[in-house]
Ligand binder design. Structure first.
Ligand code: NDP
Length: 332
Protein backbone atom coordinates (compact mmCIF):
# COMPACT_ATOMS: atom_id res chain seq x y z
CA UNK A 1 0.00 0.00 0.00
CA UNK A 2 1.04 3.63 -0.34
CA UNK A 3 1.21 6.67 1.92
CA UNK A 4 1.62 10.34 1.00
CA UNK A 5 4.58 12.15 2.55
CA UNK A 6 5.49 15.83 2.62
CA UNK A 7 8.47 16.08 0.26
CA UNK A 8 9.24 19.84 0.66
CA UNK A 9 8.08 22.80 2.66
CA UNK A 10 6.27 24.67 -0.15
CA UNK A 11 6.84 28.35 -0.80
CA UNK A 12 3.75 30.12 -2.10
CA UNK A 13 1.19 27.88 -3.77
CA UNK A 14 2.10 24.20 -3.18
CA UNK A 15 2.51 21.90 -6.21
CA UNK A 16 2.32 18.15 -6.85
CA UNK A 17 6.11 17.99 -6.33
CA UNK A 18 5.66 18.79 -2.64
CA UNK A 19 4.06 15.36 -2.13
CA UNK A 20 5.70 11.93 -2.38
CA UNK A 21 3.86 8.63 -2.73
CA UNK A 22 5.86 6.02 -0.80
CA UNK A 23 5.29 2.24 -0.92
CA UNK A 24 4.95 0.66 2.56
CA UNK A 25 4.16 -2.78 4.04
CA UNK A 26 0.58 -3.09 5.30
CA UNK A 27 1.00 -2.66 9.10
CA UNK A 28 0.04 -5.42 11.57
CA UNK A 29 -2.23 -4.51 14.51
CA UNK A 30 -1.04 -5.21 18.08
CA UNK A 31 -3.27 -5.85 21.13
CA UNK A 32 -6.08 -3.18 21.35
CA UNK A 33 -5.36 -2.02 17.80
CA UNK A 34 -7.25 -2.40 14.53
CA UNK A 35 -6.20 -2.47 10.90
CA UNK A 36 -8.13 0.10 8.86
CA UNK A 37 -8.74 0.43 5.12
CA UNK A 38 -9.15 4.09 4.16
CA UNK A 39 -12.44 4.88 2.41
CA UNK A 40 -12.52 8.70 2.30
CA UNK A 41 -9.93 11.40 3.13
CA UNK A 42 -10.64 14.99 4.05
CA UNK A 43 -8.40 17.70 2.57
CA UNK A 44 -8.52 20.98 4.49
CA UNK A 45 -7.05 24.49 4.11
CA UNK A 46 -5.48 24.41 7.62
CA UNK A 47 -3.10 21.70 6.38
CA UNK A 48 -1.25 24.39 4.41
CA UNK A 49 -0.26 26.00 7.73
CA UNK A 50 1.10 22.68 9.00
CA UNK A 51 3.45 22.51 6.00
CA UNK A 52 5.42 25.45 7.44
CA UNK A 53 7.98 24.85 10.16
CA UNK A 54 6.44 27.28 12.63
CA UNK A 55 4.86 27.00 16.05
CA UNK A 56 1.06 26.94 15.93
CA UNK A 57 -1.93 25.38 17.68
CA UNK A 58 -0.95 22.05 16.09
CA UNK A 59 2.63 20.92 15.35
CA UNK A 60 3.97 21.14 11.77
CA UNK A 61 4.03 18.11 9.46
CA UNK A 62 7.45 16.45 9.38
CA UNK A 63 9.36 16.25 6.10
CA UNK A 64 9.44 12.75 4.58
CA UNK A 65 6.71 11.54 6.93
CA UNK A 66 3.08 10.84 6.08
CA UNK A 67 0.69 13.78 6.24
CA UNK A 68 -2.25 13.23 8.55
CA UNK A 69 -5.87 14.33 8.48
CA UNK A 70 -9.47 13.40 9.03
CA UNK A 71 -10.54 10.16 7.37
CA UNK A 72 -13.23 7.49 7.24
CA UNK A 73 -12.08 3.90 7.27
CA UNK A 74 -13.34 0.35 7.50
CA UNK A 75 -12.08 -2.06 10.12
CA UNK A 76 -10.54 -4.99 8.23
CA UNK A 77 -8.93 -6.72 11.23
CA UNK A 78 -9.59 -6.06 14.92
CA UNK A 79 -7.62 -6.90 18.05
CA UNK A 80 -9.93 -4.77 20.20
CA UNK A 81 -13.20 -5.74 21.91
CA UNK A 82 -14.65 -2.35 20.91
CA UNK A 83 -14.57 -2.86 17.13
CA UNK A 84 -15.31 -5.65 14.73
CA UNK A 85 -14.51 -6.30 11.10
CA UNK A 86 -16.77 -4.19 8.86
CA UNK A 87 -17.24 -1.30 11.33
CA UNK A 88 -16.87 2.17 9.80
CA UNK A 89 -14.87 4.64 11.88
CA UNK A 90 -13.63 8.21 11.70
CA UNK A 91 -10.29 9.39 13.04
CA UNK A 92 -7.29 11.60 12.40
CA UNK A 93 -4.70 9.32 10.77
CA UNK A 94 -2.05 9.12 8.05
CA UNK A 95 -2.79 9.85 4.41
CA UNK A 96 -2.34 6.16 3.63
CA UNK A 97 -4.37 3.39 2.06
CA UNK A 98 -4.13 1.43 5.33
CA UNK A 99 -3.54 2.51 8.93
CA UNK A 100 -3.14 0.73 12.21
CA UNK A 101 -4.66 2.61 15.14
CA UNK A 102 -5.38 2.14 18.81
CA UNK A 103 -9.09 1.61 19.44
CA UNK A 104 -9.16 4.64 21.75
CA UNK A 105 -8.39 6.94 18.77
CA UNK A 106 -11.43 5.85 16.77
CA UNK A 107 -15.07 6.93 16.64
CA UNK A 108 -17.61 4.43 15.37
CA UNK A 109 -19.96 5.80 12.70
CA UNK A 110 -23.60 4.80 12.51
CA UNK A 111 -23.99 4.29 8.73
CA UNK A 112 -27.80 4.50 8.97
CA UNK A 113 -28.04 7.99 10.56
CA UNK A 114 -26.69 9.98 7.58
CA UNK A 115 -24.42 9.25 4.60
CA UNK A 116 -21.04 8.22 5.99
CA UNK A 117 -19.27 11.14 4.29
CA UNK A 118 -21.42 13.59 6.29
CA UNK A 119 -19.14 12.74 9.22
CA UNK A 120 -16.28 14.42 7.34
CA UNK A 121 -18.40 17.42 6.34
CA UNK A 122 -21.60 18.76 7.86
CA UNK A 123 -21.42 16.53 10.98
CA UNK A 124 -17.61 16.73 11.15
CA UNK A 125 -14.96 19.42 11.57
CA UNK A 126 -16.35 21.90 9.06
CA UNK A 127 -20.04 21.75 10.07
CA UNK A 128 -19.11 22.09 13.73
CA UNK A 129 -16.79 25.00 12.97
CA UNK A 130 -19.71 26.77 11.30
CA UNK A 131 -22.04 25.98 14.19
CA UNK A 132 -19.87 27.16 17.11
CA UNK A 133 -18.06 29.95 15.25
CA UNK A 134 -21.33 31.54 14.21
CA UNK A 135 -23.62 30.91 17.18
CA UNK A 136 -21.21 31.18 20.09
CA UNK A 137 -19.09 34.09 18.88
CA UNK A 138 -21.45 36.18 16.77
CA UNK A 139 -24.85 35.30 18.30
CA UNK A 140 -26.89 36.48 15.26
CA UNK A 141 -30.35 37.91 15.99
CA UNK A 142 -33.42 37.73 13.76
CA UNK A 143 -33.53 40.66 11.34
CA UNK A 144 -29.77 41.30 11.45
CA UNK A 145 -27.54 41.08 8.38
CA UNK A 146 -24.94 38.29 8.35
CA UNK A 147 -22.12 38.26 5.77
CA UNK A 148 -20.05 35.13 5.18
CA UNK A 149 -16.94 34.90 2.97
CA UNK A 150 -15.83 31.59 1.46
CA UNK A 151 -19.59 31.15 1.33
CA UNK A 152 -19.82 28.20 -1.08
CA UNK A 153 -17.20 26.15 0.77
CA UNK A 154 -17.60 23.53 3.49
CA UNK A 155 -17.75 25.91 6.47
CA UNK A 156 -19.30 28.92 4.71
CA UNK A 157 -22.24 27.06 3.15
CA UNK A 158 -23.29 25.77 6.58
CA UNK A 159 -22.75 29.17 8.26
CA UNK A 160 -25.13 30.85 5.81
CA UNK A 161 -27.84 28.24 6.28
CA UNK A 162 -27.63 28.33 10.08
CA UNK A 163 -27.85 32.12 9.89
CA UNK A 164 -31.04 31.73 7.78
CA UNK A 165 -32.47 29.30 10.37
CA UNK A 166 -31.89 32.07 12.94
CA UNK A 167 -33.98 34.48 10.89
CA UNK A 168 -31.23 36.78 9.62
CA UNK A 169 -30.64 38.30 6.19
CA UNK A 170 -27.66 36.41 4.70
CA UNK A 171 -25.18 37.68 2.12
CA UNK A 172 -22.48 35.35 0.76
CA UNK A 173 -19.18 36.14 -0.94
CA UNK A 174 -17.67 33.57 -3.33
CA UNK A 175 -15.44 33.32 -6.40
CA UNK A 176 -17.62 32.32 -9.38
CA UNK A 177 -21.02 33.07 -10.89
CA UNK A 178 -21.98 29.38 -10.58
CA UNK A 179 -21.31 29.60 -6.84
CA UNK A 180 -23.37 32.81 -6.58
CA UNK A 181 -26.25 31.08 -8.35
CA UNK A 182 -25.90 28.07 -6.01
CA UNK A 183 -25.94 30.22 -2.86
CA UNK A 184 -29.07 32.10 -3.85
CA UNK A 185 -31.06 29.41 -5.64
CA UNK A 186 -30.01 26.21 -3.84
CA UNK A 187 -29.17 27.39 -0.32
CA UNK A 188 -31.61 30.29 -0.02
CA UNK A 189 -29.13 33.10 0.67
CA UNK A 190 -30.73 36.55 0.30
CA UNK A 191 -27.88 37.85 -1.84
CA UNK A 192 -24.40 36.77 -2.96
CA UNK A 193 -21.50 38.61 -4.54
CA UNK A 194 -18.62 37.38 -6.75
CA UNK A 195 -15.35 38.82 -5.38
CA UNK A 196 -13.50 38.14 -8.64
CA UNK A 197 -15.56 40.72 -10.55
CA UNK A 198 -14.21 44.27 -11.01
CA UNK A 199 -17.51 45.54 -9.63
CA UNK A 200 -17.13 43.55 -6.36
CA UNK A 201 -16.96 46.48 -3.94
CA UNK A 202 -19.93 48.21 -5.55
CA UNK A 203 -21.91 44.94 -5.73
CA UNK A 204 -21.21 44.31 -2.06
CA UNK A 205 -22.45 47.76 -1.02
CA UNK A 206 -25.61 47.22 -3.11
CA UNK A 207 -26.19 43.88 -1.36
CA UNK A 208 -25.94 45.53 2.07
CA UNK A 209 -28.62 48.24 2.29
CA UNK A 210 -28.70 47.82 6.11
CA UNK A 211 -24.96 47.39 6.68
CA UNK A 212 -23.35 44.40 8.42
CA UNK A 213 -24.15 43.15 11.93
CA UNK A 214 -22.24 39.87 11.76
CA UNK A 215 -19.28 38.89 9.58
CA UNK A 216 -18.08 35.28 9.50
CA UNK A 217 -14.63 35.54 7.96
CA UNK A 218 -13.07 32.55 6.17
CA UNK A 219 -10.73 34.44 3.87
CA UNK A 220 -9.23 37.71 5.22
CA UNK A 221 -7.42 40.26 3.01
CA UNK A 222 -9.13 42.68 0.62
CA UNK A 223 -12.47 40.87 0.80
CA UNK A 224 -12.63 41.38 4.54
CA UNK A 225 -11.57 45.02 4.24
CA UNK A 226 -14.54 45.61 1.94
CA UNK A 227 -16.94 44.04 4.45
CA UNK A 228 -15.40 45.88 7.41
CA UNK A 229 -16.12 49.21 5.66
CA UNK A 230 -19.86 48.40 6.00
CA UNK A 231 -19.95 47.41 9.70
CA UNK A 232 -22.84 48.61 11.85
CA UNK A 233 -22.54 49.73 15.46
CA UNK A 234 -21.89 46.73 17.78
CA UNK A 235 -21.07 44.37 14.93
CA UNK A 236 -19.49 40.98 15.70
CA UNK A 237 -16.81 39.29 13.61
CA UNK A 238 -16.07 35.59 13.91
CA UNK A 239 -12.52 35.09 12.67
CA UNK A 240 -12.46 31.53 11.37
CA UNK A 241 -9.87 31.47 8.59
CA UNK A 242 -7.72 33.62 6.33
CA UNK A 243 -7.21 31.48 3.23
CA UNK A 244 -6.21 34.50 1.10
CA UNK A 245 -2.99 34.68 3.16
CA UNK A 246 -2.12 30.98 3.39
CA UNK A 247 0.11 30.92 0.29
CA UNK A 248 1.36 34.48 0.68
CA UNK A 249 5.06 34.44 1.53
CA UNK A 250 4.93 38.09 2.64
CA UNK A 251 2.57 36.94 5.41
CA UNK A 252 -0.66 38.25 6.78
CA UNK A 253 -2.99 40.34 4.59
CA UNK A 254 -5.27 41.61 7.35
CA UNK A 255 -8.18 42.30 8.20
CA UNK A 256 -6.97 45.89 8.68
CA UNK A 257 -8.79 49.17 9.40
CA UNK A 258 -8.69 49.41 13.20
CA UNK A 259 -10.45 52.79 13.05
CA UNK A 260 -13.54 51.11 11.70
CA UNK A 261 -13.62 48.62 14.63
CA UNK A 262 -13.26 51.45 17.13
CA UNK A 263 -15.91 53.70 15.60
CA UNK A 264 -18.44 50.85 15.49
CA UNK A 265 -17.53 49.19 18.83
CA UNK A 266 -17.10 45.95 16.87
CA UNK A 267 -16.07 42.75 18.62
CA UNK A 268 -13.78 40.46 16.63
CA UNK A 269 -12.83 37.06 18.03
CA UNK A 270 -10.75 34.23 16.63
CA UNK A 271 -11.28 30.59 17.52
CA UNK A 272 -10.38 27.02 16.71
CA UNK A 273 -12.80 24.14 17.00
CA UNK A 274 -10.67 22.77 19.83
CA UNK A 275 -12.12 25.55 22.03
CA UNK A 276 -15.43 23.67 21.91
CA UNK A 277 -14.10 20.15 22.55
CA UNK A 278 -16.51 19.53 25.41
CA UNK A 279 -19.56 20.81 23.51
CA UNK A 280 -19.11 18.91 20.25
CA UNK A 281 -21.85 16.30 20.91
CA UNK A 282 -24.41 19.11 21.35
CA UNK A 283 -23.29 20.61 18.02
CA UNK A 284 -23.60 17.23 16.25
CA UNK A 285 -27.09 16.77 17.74
CA UNK A 286 -28.29 20.21 16.55
CA UNK A 287 -26.85 19.76 13.04
CA UNK A 288 -28.33 16.25 12.79
CA UNK A 289 -31.75 17.56 13.75
CA UNK A 290 -31.64 20.33 11.14
CA UNK A 291 -30.57 17.78 8.51
CA UNK A 292 -33.47 15.50 9.42
CA UNK A 293 -35.93 18.41 9.35
CA UNK A 294 -34.68 19.33 5.86
CA UNK A 295 -33.49 22.75 7.04
CA UNK A 296 -29.86 22.13 6.14
CA UNK A 297 -28.37 21.02 2.81
CA UNK A 298 -24.80 19.98 2.30
CA UNK A 299 -22.76 19.36 -0.81
CA UNK A 300 -19.53 17.49 -1.24
CA UNK A 301 -17.07 17.56 -4.12
CA UNK A 302 -15.59 14.07 -4.24
CA UNK A 303 -12.40 13.38 -6.20
CA UNK A 304 -11.94 9.68 -6.99
CA UNK A 305 -8.63 7.91 -6.28
CA UNK A 306 -5.94 8.11 -3.60
CA UNK A 307 -3.43 9.25 -6.25
CA UNK A 308 -5.51 12.42 -6.74
CA UNK A 309 -5.30 13.55 -3.09
CA UNK A 310 -2.69 16.30 -3.73
CA UNK A 311 -4.78 17.63 -6.64
CA UNK A 312 -7.87 17.76 -4.40
CA UNK A 313 -5.92 19.64 -1.73
CA UNK A 314 -4.53 22.15 -4.24
CA UNK A 315 -8.05 22.70 -5.59
CA UNK A 316 -9.05 24.33 -2.28
CA UNK A 317 -6.81 27.29 -3.15
CA UNK A 318 -8.23 27.52 -6.68
CA UNK A 319 -11.85 27.24 -5.57
CA UNK A 320 -12.57 24.05 -7.56
CA UNK A 321 -14.72 22.71 -4.69
CA UNK A 322 -18.39 23.35 -3.95
CA UNK A 323 -19.10 22.42 -0.34
CA UNK A 324 -16.71 19.98 1.33
CA UNK A 325 -13.78 18.62 -0.69
CA UNK A 326 -13.21 14.90 -0.11
CA UNK A 327 -11.19 12.14 -1.75
CA UNK A 328 -12.71 8.70 -2.29
CA UNK A 329 -10.00 6.10 -1.75
CA UNK A 330 -11.95 2.82 -1.70
CA UNK A 331 -15.46 1.38 -1.49
CA UNK A 332 -16.57 -0.05 1.87
P1 NDP B 1 -13.59 25.60 1.74
O1 NDP B 1 -14.45 24.43 1.45
O2 NDP B 1 -14.24 26.92 1.98
O3 NDP B 1 -12.52 25.70 0.57
C1 NDP B 1 -11.71 26.81 0.43
C2 NDP B 1 -12.42 27.89 -0.43
O4 NDP B 1 -11.74 29.12 -0.23
C3 NDP B 1 -12.32 27.64 -1.91
O5 NDP B 1 -13.40 26.84 -2.38
C4 NDP B 1 -12.32 29.04 -2.51
O6 NDP B 1 -13.65 29.40 -2.91
C5 NDP B 1 -11.90 29.94 -1.36
N1 NDP B 1 -10.61 30.60 -1.64
C6 NDP B 1 -9.45 30.02 -1.99
N2 NDP B 1 -8.49 30.95 -2.14
C7 NDP B 1 -9.06 32.15 -1.86
C8 NDP B 1 -8.60 33.50 -1.85
N3 NDP B 1 -7.32 33.80 -2.13
N4 NDP B 1 -9.47 34.48 -1.53
C9 NDP B 1 -10.76 34.18 -1.23
N5 NDP B 1 -11.27 32.94 -1.24
C10 NDP B 1 -10.42 31.93 -1.55
O7 NDP B 1 -12.68 25.28 3.00
P2 NDP B 1 -13.19 25.06 4.48
O8 NDP B 1 -14.64 25.30 4.54
O9 NDP B 1 -12.67 23.78 4.98
O10 NDP B 1 -12.44 26.22 5.28
C11 NDP B 1 -12.86 27.57 5.15
C12 NDP B 1 -12.01 28.43 6.05
O11 NDP B 1 -12.23 28.06 7.42
C13 NDP B 1 -10.51 28.30 5.82
O12 NDP B 1 -9.91 29.56 5.96
C14 NDP B 1 -10.07 27.38 6.93
O13 NDP B 1 -8.72 27.54 7.24
C15 NDP B 1 -10.98 27.80 8.05
N6 NDP B 1 -11.23 26.79 9.08
C16 NDP B 1 -11.07 27.17 10.39
C17 NDP B 1 -11.32 26.31 11.42
C18 NDP B 1 -11.20 26.77 12.82
O14 NDP B 1 -11.30 25.94 13.75
N7 NDP B 1 -10.99 28.06 13.05
C19 NDP B 1 -11.74 24.89 11.15
C20 NDP B 1 -11.97 24.62 9.73
C21 NDP B 1 -11.70 25.55 8.75
P3 NDP B 1 -13.92 30.59 -3.99
O15 NDP B 1 -14.24 29.89 -5.28
O16 NDP B 1 -15.08 31.30 -3.41
O17 NDP B 1 -12.67 31.41 -4.09
Amino acid sequence: HKEIQLANRPEGMPTNDDFNFVEKEIPIPAENEVLLKTLYLSVDPYMRGRMRDVKSYIPPFELNQALTGGLLAEVVESRSDLFEKGDIVSSNLSWAEYNVANASKLQKIDPTAASITAHLSVLGLTGLTAYFGLLDIANPQAGETVVVSGAAGAVGSIVGQIAKIKGTRVVGIAGSDDKIDYLINELGFDAAVNYKKDSFKEDLINALPDGVDVYFDNVGGDISDAVIRQLNKHARISLCGAISSYNNEEGDLGPRMQGQFIRTSTMMKGFTLGDYAKELPAGVAALTQWLQEGKLKYDETIVEGFENTPEAFLGLFKGTNLGKQLVKVADP
